[in-house]
Ligand binder design. Structure first.
Ligand SMILES: [Zn+2]
Length: 139
């Protein structure tokens, strides 16, 4: 959310109980940095500010973020559980012309220890690193 200070006279998006939809509202009073009383610019009804429901884009963005966070957490957990095996295994240094197969342990100069999860074909492998799985080039 923006850090700009809200003041009366500003236009905000809000739900209007009369119009039954999200309409622009003029802020009449501010309460704890949030709109208090507002006036609908469509029907001129004055009422307490009602937060508009998230738009489809906002909803999609939130869902994507949530999924991403979940995936990151899962990757990190998988990595942690595989870590003892990675340390025991002899890690290959990662290079773009390296040849990797599933379960190979690789040492990447930036991402650190990882394990090949899948060979994706067309010179790509998916490697699980501590900060998530990444698609890397290989031979
Ligand atoms: Zn209205």
């Amino acid at each position: 959310m923006g850090s700009e200070v809200l003041s009366s006279g500003q236009i905000v998006r809000g739900r209007c109980t009369v119009c039954k939809e999200v309409t622009p509202h003029t802020v009449l009073s501010v309460c704890r940095e949030k709109p208090g009383e507002v006036r609908c610019r469509h029907c001129s009804d004055e009422h307490r500010f009602k937060t508009p429901p998230p738009t489809r884009e906002e909803k999609e963005k939130l869902a994507a973020e949530k999924l991403h966070r979940k995936k990151m957490a899962e990757d990190c957990e998988r990595w942690s559980s595989l870590r003892p095996r990675m340390i025991d295994a002899k890690a290959k240094d990662y290079s773009m012309d390296g040849l990797f197969k599933k379960k190979d342990v690789v040492e990447h100069p930036v991402f650190g220890l990882g394990m090949v999860e899948r060979n994706l074909g067309s010179h790509k492998v998916r490697i699980l690193f501590e900060d998530g799985s990444k698609v890397m080039r290989c031979q």
